[in-house]
Design a protein around this ligand. Structure first.
Ligand SMILES: Cc1ncc(COP(=O)(O)O)c(C=O)c1O
Ligand SMILES: N[C@@H](CCOP(=O)(O)O)C(=O)O
Length: 471
């Protein structure tokens, strides 16, 4: 099966090439040319099975047999063997029909590990088979970076450069990126916002010679394989609650739109999902877009859920493309307008389709703190601020439709954001034992200006130095 770019001007690629390419050469994002379907019986058959087995089936369809079956199964098993919970992504009930899907049992305490632990293995496998080395470049508001560092720190085939907004990630997040001694890992503190970091990454991909020379690859959710791997936990969660015999809804804390898009992919593959709620913090561009049809960047507001302090939600482009009948022309126009004027208008039919598939709600800072406090007092359960946003929006949905179970995605462990959690609940969550000494480890990072040339020069120099040592 081939994967096509949302902008229609890049070569269509099979799964492994889309995996290694990240961003398409025309600046677009890859999507499979069609979504493979899972039958009602196949989904029912997931009940009670280990996470890795469900992942093998769902991802096996999406990877379309391109990776040899035994090696693929072994990589999936290995990726999830290191998670601290035997269910990998367990469900916890908070109230009647209100559930939390804990996605933070991987090494860096955030949902990014679920896809990234597998992506690291898949990329290394492909690079080894091709006898190649790659430069991984990623933008992070805190969690993707930590997860990428953990996934690639032992790789002998990838140099990893992570750009994060200087001073705008939590201390735990920063230290997870800056305290890793591996010479192939580089934490770059950019003097700007997450959107600036992401724009630099996309600009680097846009430099054809640089991209080829460095063999650039991406691990943000612009990489289709990231989204594909995240679709798996929608299946395991829904099936645990009775799907496909009953519908389940999901509330997803949203920034770059990758996680909620993974739910949309699961639905396209046959999972009966009653609703997908896009839950945002005060950076509510998606909520405004769905309400008005105008996608308009207004500037980032810092919040207690910094991983979602994002305006340009990259994956929205995938939805725009699909909901617009997979015509790349309006996507190209929208992205050009976004570049030139910071805004674009969604065509009425496209907007209607998007509205039929998603609901959206923005949660303010006081409500986030209130939700953390209420859930702690009433259920004895500590939410991190990102998860609190999803739970709060899930409660809105339940008030409207109490009969349908809602799963709020818990995207981070509360110990990643101890200050905000303590302020809201009075409880300071401790780091799990494997990170207990994190605050005492030496840090290593480089501060760079918000400038693509400066970052490109740094990457060339460092990658050459590491490759020189490795040779
Ligand atoms: C903890 C946390 N929650 C939610 C999100 C938002 O997810 P997405 O960017 O896939 O919308 C992020 C960042 O991506 C995150 O790190
Ligand atoms: N919140 C993210 C932002 C990047 O998201 P991604 O899913 O596109 O990698 C982060 O923590 O870095």
């Amino acid at each position: 099966m081939l994967h096509i770019s949302t902008r229609g001007e890049a070569p269509a690629l099979p799964f492994t090439d889309a995996l290694m390419t990240g961003l398409a050469s025309d600046g677009g994002l890859y999507l499979p040319e069609r979504f493979p379907a899972l039958s009602h019986d196949a989904i029912a058959g997931f009940a009670g099975r280990p996470y890795a087995e469900v992942a093998e089936e769902v991802l096996g369809l999406l990877a379309d047999g391109e990776i040899e079956t035994q090696a693929f199964a072994a990589m999936i098993k290995d990726a999830y063997a290191g998670f601290r919970h035997p269910a990998v992504c367990p469900l916890v009930q908070l109230a009647d029909n209100l559930f939390v899907l804990e996605l933070f049992h991987g090494p860096t305490l955030a949902f990014k590990d679920v896809a990234m632990q597998l992506l690291g293995r898949l990329m290394d496998h492909v690079l080894a088979a091709r006898g190649q080395r790659a430069t991984i470049v990623g933008a992070t508001s805190g969690d993707t970076g930590s997860a990428a560092v953990a996934a690639f720190e032992n790789s002998s085939r990838a140099d990893v450069f992570i750009l994060y907004p200087h001073g705008r990630v939590s201390e735990v997040q920063r230290r997870q990126m800056t305290t890793v001694a591996a010479p192939n890992v580089h934490a770059l503190a950019i003097e700007g916002s997450f959107d600036d970091c992401q724009a630099i990454v996309k600009a680097l991909f846009g430099r054809e010679d640089f991209r080829t020379e460095m063999r650039l690859s991406g691990v943000n959710s612009i990489n289709w394989a990231r989204v594909a791997a995240q679709a798996v936990y929608y299946f395991t969660a829904a099936v645990a609650l009775g799907a496909p015999h009953r519908e389940v809804a999901f509330s997803v804390p949203t920034g770059n739109f990758g996680d909620v898009l993974a739910g949309w992919v699961a639905r396209r593959m046959g999972l009966p999902i009653a609703g997908l709620t896009i839950a945002t913090n005060a950076n509510d561009i998606l909520v405004r877009s769905l309400a008005s049809g105008r996608y308009e960047v207004t500037g980032v507001v810092p919040t207690t859920s910094p991983s979602m302090d994002i305006q340009v939600s990259s994956n929205f482009e995938r939805l725009l493309f699909d909901a617009g009948g997979r015509d790349p022309e309006p996507v190209r126009r929208a992205m050009a307008s976004l570049r030139q004027s910071g805004a674009f208008t969604i065509a009425p039919e496209t907007l209607a389709r998007i509205r039929s598939e998603f609901e959206a709600e923005a949660i303010g800072e006081a409500e986030v703190a209130g939700e953390i406090g209420t859930t702690w007092r009433e259920a004895g359960y500590l939410l991190d601020p990102h998860t609190a946003i999803a739970v709060k929006a899930a409660r809105t949905r339940l008030a409207r439709d109490p009969a349908t179970p809602v799963v709020a995605l818990s995207t981070a462990h509360p110990a990643k954001f101890p200050d905000a959690v303590e302020a809201a609940s009075g409880v300071r969550p401790p780091l799990p034992p494997h990170l207990a000494d994190l605050m005492g480890r030496p840090e290593r990072f480089t501060v760079l200006p918000n400038d693509v040339d400066a970052v490109a020069a740094f990457l060339s120099r460092e990658a050459r130095a590491v490759r020189g040592q490795a040779a």
